[in-house]
Write a protein that binds this ligand. Structure first.
Ligand code: GUN
Ligand code: FE
Length: 422
């Protein structure tokens, strides 16, 4: 089935600049973008044209790192550092998901907020609880969103009510991953929380599981100095934090590692060699005083990068905020470390991360290409209109900049995923 959309299309097929195509007619067939024409082609003249005119149409956002159970916790306790925040706010909040009825109440709210903010694809952490995390997967599926969902693993350094035995933790993930095989839009991802909360045996078993079921992996890496120090003490046999994941078979082209602020040159080299993706979460890094990822340097070294909201250490699910925060913290790093030659990341580079960069993870997992308006890509789009007066003659690109910095979900007028309006 062919659908026609008229509008001002803006995307970043490359990260160096925004591509603006005004007054275009997008030809979309069976959910895929075919081409952008200047007028309705004669062969489609009998079809109605959906008018997304006015301001702009952009690729929908993708959130590559977010914790669904922390949705209600957004903004709470953020004066603490990571490990205290986990102990005093996050773990008690996640414990409540032992109750499936609670999960049934909360997770649909999380899915609705993702949708409202225009994040139509996401990679999501649940909790250690199998039943509740299955409910999370169903909530996302029901909302019509595309997602990877992981049951979290923790067999040590966790409160008693969240701590699993090594055997149960593995078994829970095994069952979870096989159960999700039946869902269409939501798929499983292996999710050891981070090195301190898993024994080496559990980590190695999860590495085997991801290979056996051919599944991607997500975890946290080197978010704070105190955590990195702790990991060095816990796993003295591994050369570094990054090497530890690699030693356990958890670092490869299908691995997402969030934060990665404090990496040695050697670790960066290993990330590049293993083709793993680092997920930048600027909101969380500032909130927990963790540090600033040297994003410009990583980009220039050829590291694969993505962007995440990291709610609830991050305080908003709006990925347009993460785009702006990415630019802002890159400028701060340059100001704070003038001798280090950091470069500021541009708005188009940050937007690219939230669309194309994050999309390449989905593409690699066999969902088909997405992230821009290129022939053959999934037609994932947001129609944005800030209601600016025409008399002001503000260009579509300037309106996009304004939306990213100062807009909000009220300005997202339509959300389309794989050609389907949600
Ligand atoms: N490291 C381990 N768990 C977490 C978490 O839930 N959030 C963040 N930001 N870092 C973590
Ligand atoms: Fe996180």
């Amino acid at each position: 089935m062919v659908t026609l959309y008229k509008g001002n299309f803006i995307d970043t097929p490359t990260s160096d600049k925004f591509r603006v195509r005004e007054n275009g007619v997008a030809i979309v067939e069976d959910g895929k973008f075919l081409s952008l024409e200047t007028k309705v082609p004669a062969r489609f003249s009998s079809l109605p044209v959906k008018d997304l005119g006015g301001a702009m149409v952009i690729p929908s956002f993708i959130d590559l790192h977010v914790h669904a159970p922390q949705y209600l916790q957004m903004g709470a306790g953020l004066d603490l550092g990571l490990l205290d925040w986990l102990a005093h706010h996050t773990f008690p909040g996640e414990s409540r998901f032992a109750d499936e009825d609670y999960a049934r109440k909360i997770y649909p709210l999380f899915a609705a907020e993702l949708l409202r903010q225009g994040s139509l694809r996401s990679v999501v952490y649940g909790t250690v609880h199998l039943a509740s995390t299955l409910i999370l997967a169903q909530a996302l599926e029901k909302a019509g969103l595309f997602a990877f969902v992981g049951k979290v693993n923790m067999d040590r350094n966790a409160p008693d009510d969240l701590k699993e035995t090594t055997k149960d933790s593995f078994k829970g993930s095994d069952v979870f991953c096989r159960r999700l095989a039946g869902l269409d839009r939501v798929r499983p991802i292996v999710t050891p929380r981070f090195a301190p909360s898993c024994s080496q045996k559990l980590m190695e078993d999860l590495g085997v599981l991801s290979k056996r079921l051919n599944l991607p992996v997500q975890s946290h890496l080197s978010e704070t100095l105190s955590e990195a120090q702790w990991v060095a003490e816990l796993f003295p046999k591994s050369r570094s934090y990054t090497h530890f994941y690699n030693d356990c078979g958890l670092l490869g082209p299908d691995s997402l590692m969030a934060h990665a602020i404090y990496l040695s040159d050697e670790e960066i080299g290993l990330i590049v060699e293993r083709e793993a993706t680092l997920v930048h979460c600027p909101s969380a890094n500032v909130n927990l005083s963790s540090g600033i990822m040297p994003l410009g340097r990583y980009l220039d070294r050829g590291v694969k990068l993505g962007l995440g909201s990291d709610v609830g250490a991050g305080h908003t699910l709006a990925m347009y905020r993460a785009v702006v925060q990415t630019v802002q913290v890159s400028k701060l790093l340059r100001i704070l470390q003038p001798q280090e030659n950091h470069r500021a990341v541009s708005l188009s580079e940050a937007f690219y991360l939230a669309t194309m960069g994050n999309g390449s993870f989905f593409t690699r997992q066999g969902w088909g290409a997405c992230g821009a308006f290129e022939p053959g890509m999934s037609f994932d789009a947001l129609y944005i209109d800030m209601g600016l007066p025409e008399a002001a003659e503000i260009s579509a690109l300037t309106q996009l900049e304004r939306f990213l910095y100062a807009g909000d979900d009220r300005h997202i007028k339509a959300r389309i995923l794989a050609g389907r309006e949600l």
